[in-house]
Design a binder for this molecule. Sequence first.
Ligand code: GDP
Ligand code: IMO
Ligand code: MG
Length: 422
Amino acid sequence: MKVDVLLGLQWGDEGKGKVVDVLTPHYDVITRFQGGPNAGHTLEFNNIKHVLHTIPSGIFREDKVNVIGNGVVIDPSIFKKEIDSLLKLGFDLKKTLYISKKAHLILPTHRLLDAAIEAAKGAAKIGSTLKGIGPAYRDKIGRDGLRVGDIMHNFKEKYDARVKQHIDLLTNFYHFDYKEALSDYEKAWFEGIETIRQFQLIESETFINNQIKLGKSVIAEGAQGTMLDIDFGSYPFVTSSNTISAGACTGLGIAPNKIGKVYGIFKAYCTRVGSGPFPTELHDATGQKLRDVGHEYGSTTGRPRRCGWLDLVALKYAIMINGVTELIMMKADVMDEFETISVCTHYKIDGQLTEDFPYELNDSVEPIYESLAGWKAPLTGITKEKDFPKELSDYISYLEAQLHVPITIVSVGPNRSQTIVR
Ligand code: GDP
Ligand code: IMO
Ligand code: MG
């Protein structure tokens, strides 16, 4: 058996949570391999709307194992909140959710450092989710991190040593007033550590590889999106992990030859939350219409998402970097009332047309569009491809011809049931 990977091809919020939930019946093990509570993955079914941050989106289906892999960074206080709210819905995950001992912890001071670093950047801020992601990964790469496995022995001692260094930075370098916030965060954080202790803390790389040997099927759920990847995204306006398919290898401990399908998810248009370049962004009424109809407000921070047309230059780049084998198009219904739909096919850079993704998406990148007819019909009630309006079928065929990868799923609403497999 192989591990299938599902990941976002744009700037995040493509609808990964919904699709993982839809695909989970086909898998035995559902894993997260990178990112942390910067993610907000929304699932809707049976009148439940739930947003997950750290926990894989397979937990609502019976008889599945969910694993938080070593590449994830965990904030214990947020994890506890997630667990508590799932318990209220009647889902007790103690037997079905495993956590890698090698996953790193986001400390309360990482969150404060995130705020201090963003404030120091001023207008050049990344627009981070302020969840402490950057500082936690910084400590991991700098070999100063604390891992879930550390909570077993002399934890307070290790914690105090780390926090002492962070406080030194906050005080003497960033001149950041941290005291009140720190004591609030710490209380909830240590309660979260007690919650983590109640779970099965494992060598998840060994567990997952054994599952593969036993013939079990595994899916790896990406967080964020390819354009936010630390190496290949719009650096420095990115997150601090490898969001691409290769990240599943390092974030779970699986070899590259164990990767099977790579599902790439994209919205039928494009959104971005936070700062940084976005060539096809619409600052006009059309952008506002996408935001209103698509309810484009962040699942984690509530911030309005920036909206624009689909960008095929960026999408082709993302397909290349990830080795996407199947495409999944989300939120087609959001464009139900559009007379025409534009798609960026090229960038014009210094007077030259190109389909290649440049080193930097700076102001000299001008998107060049092609227009297609809109379908002007409601999609949300459609359950079969044969009922697609002709213009939607044409839009799909056009994209497949451009991208050279089949679109195997089309999503026409937020609910589990509003998903059409082709
Ligand atoms: P994720 O981070 O990739 O899991 O995506 P988010 O959950 O942050 O954002 C996707 C949003 O779109 C959520 O509010 C979903 O409920 C919603 N959604 C997902 N698929 C569709 C769809 O096909 N149509 C519409 N209208 N909404 C969708
Ligand atoms: P999901 O998994 C959309 C963005 C932030 C910011 C940048 C860096 O729900 O798709 P960070 O807190 O990671 O240091 O922020 O990345 N960002 C996301 N945008 N969806 C996400 O996750 C995101 N996670 C981080 O807005 O621009
Ligand atoms: Mg999201």
